[in-house]
Structures are given as structure tokens and as C-alpha cells.
Design a protein around this ligand. Sequence first.
Ligand SMILES: Nc1nc2c(ncn2[C@@H]2O[C@H](COP(=O)(O)OP(=O)(O)O)[C@@H](O)[C@H]2O)c(=O)[nH]1
Ligand SMILES: [Mg+2]
Length: 262
Amino acid sequence: MIVPCYNEAARLQQKKFLDFRMGNCDLRFLFVNDGSSDETQSVLDAMSAQGLDRIASLRLRNNVGKAEAVRQGMLHGLKDNPDFIGFLDADLATSLEELPSFCKVMEVDPAIVLVMGARIRLLGRTIERHTARHYIGRVFATFASIALRMSVYDTQCGAKLFRRTPETSSLFAQKFISRWVFDVEILARLAASNCDLGFAAEFGITELPLMEWRDVHGSKVKFIDGVRAYADIVRIGWRYRRNRKSARAESAVSTKHIHSAT
Ligand SMILES: Nc1nc2c(ncn2[C@@H]2O[C@H](COP(=O)(O)OP(=O)(O)O)[C@@H](O)[C@H]2O)c(=O)[nH]1
Ligand SMILES: [Mg+2]
């Protein structure tokens, strides 16, 4: 699991990461220190020293934002050829105890390539989110699903798990155009790749309602980031819609060629 960290020295719950075991599964954490200016690196070094080879850190010299920090971490982690690889917020708003369910979804259905945590307030689940953030999030999700033309409920939950395939690796090859809503961009890239392969846009993607999620105090997302997020959806929708259109046009041309050759 890739854990992006920007000035997280005070929020990192070291013991939870150090103590967490997942049955017989070989689970490793790669913390990406996103150019933090606090004591994050010393905390990560101390954790790596106690976590044997289960905990490592990647230090980025400058603060590049969550999207690029996650991308760098994913590219690094993929070199170890894991079966599954994903990312998770450092504040453990999604708790580590949720991870086995993510893996189970992958194991049950080999067609699934992406499991996304979804914060849905159902009876019997504990989803604690500030009311304002909840409603702003719902409006955002609605715009995101329109832009993606995909009925997704929660693009912004910080917990996502991917199956390692050549396609998933290529999702992280290029820099994201958005600093915060790169999750929407990942979905747009997956949809484009699915369409190229002749599948439905949402093929292989599933949302997993979480049992517990808690808004953790100390978010560094500012109001202006929220405004930028809406502008980013428009840019992503425009950019990837064009890609999807040109992919469809290319496949129509090649089909025409095949027909005229036969
Ligand atoms: N705010 C912020 N978070 C970053 C950055 N780079 C990585 N992160 C990480 O992104 C995750 C989510 O951040 P958080 O402030 O909890 O956002 P929120 O839960 O969406 O309000 C945390 O693990 C952060 O440490 C960055 O440049 N700024
Ligand atoms: Mg948070």
C-alpha cells in the first residue's frame, strides 16, 4: 500500500501501521514523503527501522501534491511485481481493517482490476463525515459521474486497490493533469483503455461500501482546492472524452480497412 504523506508527523499512527498484519498475506507499506517540512521523515525512518522489510519510505525533495506523490509511489511499488497494489490516506480515515475486504473482492472475481472504497451511510456502518463536506462531496460526485459518463458513487475516497496488469501499470505512466482529483482521472484513463479494448467504460471497476470511515481532524485541503477540483473535472472530462472519441474513430477506421481488404 502506498501512503502519501505531507507534513504528517503529528497525525501518523505509527503503532497501527507497525502492528497491522493481514493473515498470511505479505502486506507492505511504502510511505511517500511529499517534501514535508516537519518531522515526517524522522517518523518514517523510525517506523522503517522497526517494521523490518514491511515498511519503507520514498522521499520526494519538493512538495508535488498528492496526485504526483501517489503516482511516484505506485511506479516504485510496481517494480516489486505485487499481485495487488493500492493507496491509502495517512490519517487512516479508512482504517487498515478494511483492507482484507478489498483483497477478497479481487480474489473472488478475477475480472476486477480496481476496488474503490465508497463512503455510503448504510445502517450498520459508521461513516462519520462533516455534514457540509458530505453534501459538497455528493455534488462533486454527481459532476464526476456526468464527466466520466459512469455511475460512480464516490470517486474521492482515499482507499483504492488495483490488480497488477499491464493496463494498470500504464495508468500511472503519465503525470496527472489534476493535483487533487486524480482519482477521477484514473477512472477516465481506465474507461478510455476499456473502450480501446472494446469493453464497457466501467468494466472491471467496483465500489466497496466501507464498514467504517471517519473524517480525521487536520485535513490540509483548502477551500480553494475544492473550487479547483470542479475546474479539474471539466478539464478531465474534456481531455479524456476527446481521447475516447479519437480511439473510437481510429477503431472505426481500422474496421473499415479490414472490411475493404476482405
Ligand atoms: N494536503 C496535502 N496532502 C497531501 C499532499 N501530498 C500528499 N498528501 C496526503 O494526501 C492524503 C489526504 O490528505 P488530507 O489532508 O487528509 O485530505 P482530506 O482527507 O481529503 O481532507 C494524506 O495522506 C496527505 O498526507 C499535499 O501536497 N497536500
Ligand atoms: Mg483526511
